[in-house]
Design a protein around this ligand. Structure first.
Ligand SMILES: Cc1cc2nc3c(=O)[nH]c(=O)nc-3n(C[C@H](O)[C@H](O)[C@H](O)COP(=O)(O)OP(=O)(O)OC[C@H]3O[C@@H](n4cnc5c(N)ncnc54)[C@H](O)[C@@H]3O)c2cc1C
Length: 393
């Protein structure tokens, strides 16, 4: 293998380049990223960066000398428009075509938009640095209410940051309990209570009917949110946090199977052995079927396996996720490992939800399958290691 093209220049793409070099690949690496920035960290976008307590430079995932050491060719601000896996050529928006022996797909995802909200001033999503900068500027220039649509991880973090910035915030969640799909209803309720603890209004079990606006053309700006139950929530900033969509459109016509992500085997290898997928975009074959993770640790760890298989020309190693992620809200650290959604029982094993400091263990047929901690990283670390030792994660 002489040339590898890595498409997507974020966390998973960078880790793939690092793994290629660490695993001895000394050929040419071309990295294509449609954002004009060197790989940067997204978790602070809804937290410290939005709060104004960290500068864009500190978001960089690798400093210049480490990036230089990788000896890769970076095509930034350039989109990959198509891939021909038979000739293994990637056509770029610049008109250039890169022919490679191996391709790493690391194109992640984009924020899902609220239908009808496109182009309406005051309405934001938070996926990219530009998104977060635009939201930050809007928050600085306005003073009325903020409505966050979606009480998932990113919506909750944005609500917490807007609250810390002194803005009145309402979170709207269509499901009866935020985060219940991941944590179950009991622990979802405990986490959602962080909003109300801090005076942030939480509306659950009610959908959004429409956004209201005033002004015309480019001056048209959101004025509030109409809920399905007839309530009107006035707002001059609305943040839509209703999930992401994997970036796979550029693979249309490539013959690579795509279904809510790039379908790949247990080792992240697609239908073509010379093409692997990593990070938020990869829907690999887990023990219970195809699965896609949208967490930092997965995007960071998965490339080691994918690159090993790419260089071997076949799947010699299966990916085992550590299943870890975290969220910071209202000064509280939440940590999750394993598979809480698979559990049939959840028990508090330390502390108390009322004190907002506890550890919950999730069990299935008596065996531990997951752990959730609120403000207790030490015990969380121990239980996480036990899950790993028992090969749960
Ligand atoms: C606001 C926010 C907060 C988060 N907080 C946490 C947290 O607290 N804890 C946690 O565990 N995880 C968190 N995450 C999730 C974590 O950041 C993601 O899992 C991680 O960024 C995924 O990395 P990735 O490289 O797979 O994809 P991405 O980061 O989405 O990167 C994909 C890159 O590919 C580019 N691209 C797409 N299509 C093309 C194309 N055709 N050509 C060229 N380039 C292309 C994209 O523009 C992007 O730059 C957060 C995410 C966000 C957005």
């Amino acid at each position: 293998m002489r040339t590898v093209a890595v498409v997507g220049a974020s966390l998973a793409g960078l880790r793939a380049v690092e793994e290629l070099r660490a695993q001895g690949f000394d050929g040419r690496i071309a990295v294509i990223g449609d954002e004009p920035y060197q790989p940067y960290d997204r978790p602070p976008l809804s937290k410290a960066y939005l709060a104004g307590t960290c500068a864009p430079e500190s978001l960089r995932l690798a400093d210049q000398s480490d990036t230089d050491d990788l000896a890769a060719e970076w095509r930034l601000g350039v989109r990959a428009d198509s891939l021909d896996p038979l000739t293994r050529s990637v056509r770029l928006s610049s008109g250039e075509e890169i022919t490679a022996d191996g391709v790493v797909i690391a194109t992640g995802g984009r924020a899902r938009q609220l239908p009808g909200s496109e182009g309406l001033a005051g309405v934001h999503t938070v996926r990219t640095l530009d998104d977060a900068a635009a939201l930050r500027a809007d928050l600085e220039n306005s003073s009325a209410g903020v409505v966050v649509i979606g009480g998932g991880w990113i919506g909750s973090e944005v609500a917490s940051t807007c609250h810390a910035l002194g803005r009145p915030v309402t979170v709207v969640e269509a499901n009866p309990t935020p985060l219940a799909r991941v944590l179950g209803p009991a622990m979802g309720s405990v986490c959602a209570a962080l909003h109300t603890d801090h005076g942030v209004a939480l509306r659950t079990g009610v959908g959004v009917r429409s956004l209201t606006s005033a002004g015309l053309g480019p001056w048209k700006r959101v004025t509030g949110v109409d809920l399905a139950d007839g309530t009107h929530l006035p707002a001059d900033v609305v943040v839509v946090g209703i999930g992401m969509l994997p970036n796979t459109e550029w693979l249309t016509g490539s013959g690579i199977p795509v279904d809510n992500g790039v379908l790949c085997d247990a080792g992240c290898v697609t239908a073509f052995p010379s093409v692997v997928a990593v990070g938020d975009v990869a829907r690999y074959h887990g023990p219970d079927g195809p699965v896609r993770h949208e967490h930092w640790t997965n995007a960071s760890e998965q490339p080691a396996t994918a690159v090993r298989n790419l260089l071997a020309g076949t799947t010699i190693e299966e990916y085992r996720p550590s299943g870890y992620f975290w969220s910071d809200q209202y000064g509280t650290r939440l940590q999750v490992a394993g598979h809480p959604a698979d559990a049939d029982e959840v028990t508090i094993v330390d502390g108390s939800p009322n004190d907002r400091r506890f550890v919950a263990e999730y069990r299935r047929r008596g065996a531990a399958v997951g752990v959730l901690a609120m403000n207790n990283p030490k015990l969380f670390g121990r239980l996480r290691r036990q899950l790993r030792d028992r090969a749960v994660v």
